[in-house]
Design a protein around this ligand. Sequence first.
Ligand code: TXA
Ligand code: MG
Length: 318
Amino acid sequence: MAIIDTDIAQAKAWLLAGNVVGVPTETVYGLAGNAFNEDAVLKIFQVKNRPHFDPLIVHTNSLEKLTAFVASFPAVAQQLAEVFWPGPLTLLLPKSPLISDLITAGLNTVAVRIPQHPVMLELLAALDFPLAAPSANPFGYISPTSAAHVAAQLGTKIPYILDGGACKVGIESTIVGFEGTEVVVYRLGGISVEALESVVGKVRVQTHSSSNPNAPGMLQSHYAPRKKLLLGCPEKPADNWGYLAFSQPNAHIFPQYQRILSPTRQYTEAAKHLFGYLRQLDALPIAGIYAELFPNEDLGRAINDRLRRAAADAFVVE
Ligand code: TXA
Ligand code: MG
């Protein structure tokens, strides 16, 4: 079983030896390995049970290190980096020869990010290689936002989980690419579309897998709990179903089967609780989960994206 501890030197030692470890970031926990070690990268895919066509994000702690991983860094991308890094933004940039095809799944772009978590930044600063890290969940399940979440699912497969507490953002990074003069959002996440647009003007949002060969990981059914999840709540809900609400409980559902994401309607608080509460509901003796959709603005849009993917093969009651 993985050791859960806060010792950065231990995490570093496991990584130097070619192992993969759980690491905290401000978005979700990652399953990290030396991005320059192909065996370590292969282990990431193995542990996660992730198909090799789904590329990984490369994490580092400074722009100086990061420029060696990319072949070019367009001005508009640099502008976003200046405003949002360290932070929940991933940029797709032309890759340099330093980055292996295993990481990019053969694409000529690499996903790069400087995360905003003090423990992760200290770890990255202590390493002379970047960390390839997908979210530390089995492929297709909800991402982990605590060390305990990582241990619950991958604890028997990895030696160490670096504990950095509960993730402050709670949903994955926003993924942004560049097509000609256009800024394209491939995954909604911790930086809102409004925030991006306040820096670079109008962006295009293209987050559907069918029309989106650039982000093979954005499969329709993703981030799913094991239980059936329906969007919205019928007037007469089933009595053995749970409810995930934005701010208001539902009088027709047992209180113990409900989770309220943010009683004061703060999107940041709701995002922070989203995956943890879904996990809690998933573990209850209920048949399914009704989930309230959010207003389609700010982080509400990214939350809706996750809820829709979690509900992908269920009937929608909106
Ligand atoms: O917040 C996050 O981004 C977290 C933390 C750990 O940093 N990481 C994360 O990684 O969510 P992952 O692997 O679960 O999701 C990364 C997504 C995948 O959907 C993948 O397909 C996409 O990024 N991706 C990676 N490289 C890409 C590339 N070169 N072009 C297009 N999409 C890419
Ligand atoms: Mg993921």
